[in-house]
Design a binder for this molecule. Structure first.
Ligand code: GDP
Length: 482
């Protein structure tokens, strides 16, 4: 099945302009080379520099990954009481371990951020496999694995790493326990919503001189910290070469890294073929509700209707059966994909368009794949459904997403779409205006450092570099690239 657009006569670009390597067996991960069948041809091309950097990263990962001499060497003394002994050889490779915490949207954003940091610093990314990551995603690097071996020496301790840990970078900085002459064999980076500025500044040039020498970094993160990497001039030079179109960072990295497993891909394609492929136009609406307040459902419902009609994403309703204008014009079929933990939003929308005709005569079909009611992160099928829905949303023509939801950020950014963001309702009211069109498709860094890398604390972090601004959905907060 080919996307509804006229792309079918173009040769299929299954390697996404060289972003993907051809070195994988196709059947083991169907989504990797089939995704191009479901997407419109892309307006955003990866730079040659990014492509060459990815190919060299793949070689580095093969040289340093699990089951290599280099990995053995690097883990030999890790976690032993005497790991601090000077001149213990750790080998030629440096690593960054990504630990799975929080929901799926958070995980996808942070894994992409950690991978970009690894590209910039020539580290190898290994992912914590104690959660269901391998039921969700295929291996992204050929001839090796990105899964952290389960006998990794620090495995048992990682769960307990927090701000209070003596090797937490922010804590060491705060307590001035960093000594440039003795480099610790591992450091913990805490990049969560409750991080202190000290934790969030690990990427700054002065901090990097020490961190760069540490063989193992362990990261727990739940925020998309990519925008702040621009604050480091060395990184910035490199980033501009990698991503001449600045708002395409997550877009390219996500298409390179995240390939749903065959099980998830089956869910994506079955939904797509049954509900979206025949439509003339598709609209995704992601409804994330962070409040249990009474009446919330109705406020948000009103907001969805107000936003989609005001922005002409969906037609209004005719007041009488006979009042439909333009009857001669051929009726368009618009498919609306709704994703939410709650089925009520799509039920309401479906009823609305069944009970009354649209003013344009267009036919509206509403579909919601699941309504799981509550978040069940780390339950395999629940997470697989969540990923399938994020992916399906990314295949729509236009998208409306909820403010401050990383689930929504991943969906629109992966799709290369500038979303309409539904403001978060406050004080039990439908916000007016109900939504805002994003200026770029990049995800938002929800809890960025308050200032740049310099010592001046009064510098607004949205004013430090020209390509980074506050997020549309947070009004005067957050950071995003544009
Ligand atoms: P965020 O909390 O909105 O930033 O997004 P996360 O993805 O990090 O966490 C929310 C989690 O709740 C998801 O990972 C899912 O497990 C679940 N969830 C929230 N909204 C939906 C939805 O629309 N569909 C499905 N299937 N799950 C959802």
């Amino acid at each position: 099945i080919v996307n509804g657009s006229n792309d079918s006569d173009k040769p299929r670009d299954k390697l996404l302009e060289g972003l993907l390597t051809a070195d994988f067996d196709e059947d083991s991960c169907l989504s990797r080379y089939q995704s191009s069948l479901y997407r419109k041809s892309s307006a955003y091309k990866p730079s040659e520099y990014l492509v060459s950097k990815l190919r060299s990263y793949e070689k580095l990962h093969q040289r340093c990954g699990p089951d290599t001499e280099a990995y053995k060497q690097a883990t030999k003394n890790l976690g032993h009481d005497d790991e601090n002994h000077a001149n213990k050889s750790v080998g030629e490779c440096k690593y960054i371990v990504w630990v799975a915490v929080y929901g799926l949207g958070n995980r996808i954003l942070t894994l992409a951020s950690v991978f970009l940091y690894a590209l910039l610093t020539e580290r190898v990314v290994l992912v914590d496999q104690s959660k269901d990551i391998s039921d969700l995603f295929c291996e992204p690097f050929p001839g090796t694995s990105w899964l952290l071996p389960s006998d990794f020496p620090l495995m048992k301790q990682i769960d307990g790493y927090d701000k209070g840990y003596s090797r937490c970078y922010g804590t060491m900085l705060k307590n001035q326990t960093i000594n440039s002459t003795s480099i610790p064999p591992h450091l913990y980076l805490h990049i969560l919503h409750d991080s202190r500025d000290e934790d969030k500044m690990f990427f700054c040039q002065k901090d990097q001189t020490m961190i760069n020498k540490v063989p193992w970094l362990i990261v727990k993160a739940n925020v998309y910290f990519v925008p702040s990497l621009w604050f480091n001039p060395t990184f910035q030079t490199e980033l501009i070469k990698l991503f001449p179109q600045k708002e395409t960072v997550f877009y390219h990295l996500a298409r390179y890294l995240f390939h749903p497993t065959n099980q998830v891909w089956g869910m994506v394609t079955r939904s797509y073929d049954a509900y979206l492929s025949r439509a003339d136009e598709t609209l995704g609406i992601q409804v994330r509700v962070f409040s249990r307040r009474a009446g919330y459902l109705q406020h948000v419902m009103n907001q969805i209707v107000a936003c989609t009609q005001r922005e002409k994403l969906l037609p209004g309703l005719a007041t009488h059966e006979s009042q439909v204008t333009n009857t001669s014009r051929s009726k368009k079929l618009k498919a609306v994909l709704v994703t939410s933990l709650y089925p009520e939003y799509s039920d309401n929308l479906k009823n609305m368009y069944w009970e009354r005709p649209t003013s344009t005569g267009d036919i509206i079909e509403v579909y919601q794949p699941s309504g799981e009611r509550f978040q069940q992160t780390d339950k395999k099928l629940h997470d697989q459904k969540a990923l399938a829905e994020i992916y399906l949303l990314s295949l729509t023509d236009n998208i409306v997403t909820s403010a401050r939801s990383t689930f929504g950020y991943v969906a629109h950014s992966l799709g290369g779409l500038k979303p309409w963001l539904l403001y978060q309702p406050t004080r039990g009211k439908t916000p007016d205006p109900p939504c805002v069109r994003a200026v770029s498709m990049e995800p938002c860094f929800l809890t960025p450092p308050t200032h740049g890398c310099g010592a001046k604390k009064r510098v607004n972090s949205a004013k430090v570099v020209p390509c980074v601004r506050h997020c549309e959905d947070l009004r005067h907060d957050g950071l995003k690239l544009f």
